[in-house]
Design a protein. Structure first.
Length: 566
């Protein structure tokens, strides 16, 4: 197969225009091209009146000799190359008798995107993982989540953060990432999603997404696949302790303890916790598992009419079916040294209540597959460092890994107070926020957050909804973003607070073998461990961790890891 990249055609091109374009690009006759497949389709919208589609095409030619001739002809052209092999290769498979005798099965803690893919790969390798998920199965979890949104009733163990599918279930379902992917593991993630019921277009569109409703049934299908391969998924099973033996420097995981008091013996545990498992982080810290504070970001959700964003990005092509609802990505470096940027942008979506703890308010964004809600929303967040949130008052030295959680909790509790209870979110019109005055009446933008928005002064000096340096940076950034997206700082746009769960506030540090630095057999993974951000990168991390664990059990070599004896 021969791959062509950067094949450009007008947005309005005819459905049958690709084949002639391929023939012209390669300088071959129609009979020479047996078939072709669109591997990727993106667009260039820098010229709004002349948007072009950009294709990556895999071509099946009539003979190997012709392919060799074309490769020689285009030897200096980086956009004509042999199609790479993107198929997934397992590091090994366990024989059927592997778990006879006293051998313990690997345990995966958490069943979000990372845990799902870790468990799936282990199951596909014949290693029959046991999955422990503190929340409920996805359909019951959905009912509990709606209970907060509609009735203001929070279930701390079943919500946007906890339960089957993880936080990614109640999101836009974005399936792209900027991670380096030389092994094409993102292709494995996408392929498994399509097998589970995702639309096939996610394999080729540049920024694929699924949406919450489709994710629910897909998660159930992937669970069934894991169980059919010998895996076991146990819901409402919170891990409250880890069993570690050995002296310092030679410690090893030997099992986990559940809230019920049950002990599960195992020599391999994948920690796919998610970024909100604060009680579990505390327990691990108390047990001496090595972790460190890391940067994260805090801010608000901002909402505009989706049409405003569409017109700003696509001009006269706004509403085009191929382009869909427009997104954006913005960054501003404020005069106080802070970086302000858009985060988790959800076209045609809603702002959702995402707290997992009583009497705290947390916001996030969500879209359905159709992305046809009236508003666009995104996080507008400010980067902070461990020195910003340290709790001991010192000017230097190491920061406690748990200090970031205390910082998050403070501002989430403050948001609850400003919202005046009932999980109402404090909100402000952009025009009032910039002027530092209280909002009293909504304009043309109706906020989508449920249970509801209580208008207030988010930027009140000395007693605001975020640290003063964040307020100053965001107030400066909003007019600056107007220069990139016309209408972005429109006075009626709505800010809703607060967004604190952008990423984990700590990292459970691991070595090149993917194991904890000081507890062998413990595999920190995904967002909660500080090694992913979003569905795709979490899924890929789950795959890599499962490969490392599986290779260790089977005594084979994993990519980038020295072979070990089982």
């Amino acid at each position: 197969m021969l791959r062509i990249t950067e094949l450009r055609l007008p947005l309005s091109h005819d459905a049958d225009a690709l084949r002639p374009a391929i023939l012209a690009r390669l300088g071959i006759e129609s009979a020479d091209l047996l078939d072709f497949t669109v591997f990727k389709r993106s667009y260039d919208a820098r010229k709004k009146t002349a948007i072009v589609l950009i294709y990556t095409i895999d071509c099946e030619l009539k003979s190997d000799a012709l392919q060799d001739s074309l490769l020689n002809q285009f030897a200096g052209d980086p956009h004509v190359r042999v199609t790479p092999d993107t198929s997934y290769q397992f590091v090994g498979h366990a024989p059927a008798e592997h778990f006879s005798g006293e051998r313990h099965r690997p345990v995966v803690v958490g069943f979000g995107p990372c845990g799902i893919f870790a468990a799936l790969i282990l199951a596909q390798m014949g290693l029959r993982p046991i999955v422990l998920e503190r929340g409920k199965e996805v359909r019951q979890r959905t009912k509990d989540t709606w209970g907060l949104w509609r009735q203001k009733v929070l279930n701390p163990e079943s919500n946007v953060q906890f339960g089957e599918g993880g936080a990614g279930t109640f999101s836009d379902g974005k399936l792209w990432s900027q991670i380096s992917d030389p092994r094409h593991l993102t292709r494995k993630v996408l392929t498994e999603f399509v097998k589970a019921g995702a639309p096939e277009e996610i394999l080729y569109v540049a920024k694929p997404h699924i949406g919450t409703f489709r994710l629910v049934s897909m998660v159930e299908k992937m669970r069934a696949d894991i169980e059919a391969l010998g895996g076991e998924i146990r819901f409402e099973q919170q891990v409250t302790d880890v069993l570690i033996d050995g002296k310092e420097g030679e410690q090893h995981i030997r099992g986990v303890t559940l809230a019920s008091g049950e002990h599960i013996r195992t020599d391999q545990v994948v920690l796919a916790l998610g970024h909100s498992a604060r009680d579990t982080f505390t327990m691990l810290h108390e047990r001496g598992v090595y972790m460190e504070a890391k940067p994260f970001s805090i801010g608000y959700r901002i909402e505009h009419p989706q049409g405003v964003i569409d017109r700003a990005r696509f001009g006269p092509n706004a509403g085009n079916e191929i382009l869909g609802a427009a997104d954006y990505k913005l960054v501003h470096h404020a005069s106080n040294g802070r970086a302000v940027y858009s985060f988790c942008m959800c076209p045609g979506g809603t702002v959702v209540a995402a707290t997992s703890e009583p009497n705290r308010v947390v916001t996030n964004g969500m879209s359905q597959y159709s992305r046809n809600e009236r508003n666009a929303n995104a996080g507008i967040v400010v980067g902070i460092s461990p020195q910003d949130y340290r709790q001991d008052g010192k000017a230097e030295g190491p920061v406690s890994p748990l200090d970031g959680m205390a910082f998050q909790r403070f501002w989430e509790s403050r948001a609850y107070e400003l919202g005046e209870g009932g999980y109402m979110a404090p909100g402000s019109l952009v025009g009032d926020f910039i002027k530092r005055q209280r909002s009293k009446v909504l304009g043309n933008v109706e906020p989508s957050y449920k249970p509801g928005v209580h208008l207030t002064d988010l930027a009140q000096k000395g007693n605001g909804s975020l640290p003063e340096y964040c307020l100053d940076a965001i107030r400066e950034a909003l007019p600056a973003f107007e220069k990139q997206i016309k209408g972005f700082s429109m006075p009626d746009a709505v800010l809703t607070g607060v967004e604190t769960r952008t990423s984990s506030p700590l990292r459970i540090t691991r070595g090149r073998d993917f194991q904890s630095l000081n507890v062998k057999g413990l595999y920190p993974a995904g967002e909660g461990a500080g090694y992913a951000g979003g569905i795709m990168s979490a899924g890929v991390d789950g795959i890599e961790v499962a490969e490392a664990l599986g290779a260790h059990i089977l005594g084979v070599k994993a990519p980038g890891i020295k072979a070990v004896k089982p």
